[in-house]
Write a protein that binds this ligand. Sequence first.
Ligand code: HEM
Length: 428
Amino acid sequence: PGSGCPVSGSGPAGQAPAPEMFTWEFATDPYPAYGWLREHSPVHWTKLPSGVEAWLVTRYADAKQALADQRLSKNPAHHDEPAHAKGKTGIPGERKADLMTHLLNIDPPDHTRLRRLVSKAFTPRTVAEFAPRVQELTDRLIDGFAERGEADLIHEFAFPLPIYAICDLLGVPREDQDDFRDWAGMMIRHGGGPRGGVARSVKKMRGYLLELIHRKRENPGDDLISGLIRASDHGEHLTENEAAAMAFILLFAGFETTVNLIGNGVYALLRNPDQRERLQASLAAGETDLLDTGVEELLRYDGPVELATWRFATRPLTIGGQDIAAGDPVLVVLASADRDPDRFPDPDVLDLGRRDNQHLGYGHGIHYCLGAPLARLEAKAALATLLRRLPDLRLGADPADLRWRGGLIMRGLRTLPVEFTPTGTDGP
Ligand code: HEM
């Protein structure tokens, strides 16, 4: 696969070499490298740190087409990997663990059936009704550090907020939620690294979810797991394994993404004081329009999902003029597409009021983010409450000293130290 294509680190014939990727500098600021690729090698064959080779699709128009192209499968069985690498590429789902048979690893018609069933339980109304609980959680977490005048917003705020929110939504009892926090912490810390601890955490989570599903079947409530068990479509239901895999993907897809949406979002606001003041003024005036467009702009400008999840060509096809062989892995670089000057005027400028902002931060096509309404709810509550309760919030470290977590798919800060004038715990 990919024969005759430029290898990693070298550009197309006669051109300057491609910038180095997947280094520390790249994780800190990948955008210049993506700019180079969009211009010189927009569909680029590269070797990933794991040793697997894949196409990177970097232009907006190509990215959008690829995300909706049914010839690209989500099922890792379509990967034409060398025999010696079978089962060792680190591509999630290649070894069929039950929890991995979820929405992001399957194609229609299975995907259509599962997505229809989950959509019956996880509705925009479920999310809207959850708003007061998200607000309460947000305030409680800020209470935890408001009197101190400094905090690490990743560990004390962005990290716990989504995990408690999703646990609540699913119906995980409060006394068990800290276990989830630990398992998720293990997965986020070691997602791309040593597999042992991660595998153990996944196993524990699976055992717990299956048992919880059992209990909810006996004793249903008004939570999402009970809803998943109840959901039926033309007489069809989710099996217990499917319900567990669904709960798992909701947790997994909704967790680190939201951590990074809050982390990258607050960081971008602190680095762009004019935009932050604009938002603060608008919120103080009781308006929500700028918060609405602002969260979308933060997703476009520095969204949590740098690369969409794995896709594999089921047959030969062409993307952006580049031939792709059957079996080749294709990674759509959302972070690059969303900075494409052919789609967004002044793409490197953060403009919270940006209109015509059809970014790809939530993906596109049949795998479009199922949790987008919840993500928006959490991000808006987090940003608005932080700015209201800690109005002089500022960075507590030199940006050059901040470290970014550059896993392959997600990108976010490891820590976000902040300072502010200490305040009471009750919230105004
Ligand atoms: C899918 C982004 C939050 C659940 C996706 C995809 C993206 C994305 C880009 C498509 C991936 C692909 O096509 O390869 C985000 C971002 C979030 C977020 C930026 C910001 C916070 C959430 C939340 C949940 C969630 C809170 C649920 C609680 C899902 C699920 C899918 C998905 C289940 C798979 C949908 C399918 O395959 O049909 N998300 N997500 N996401 N997301 Fe999100």
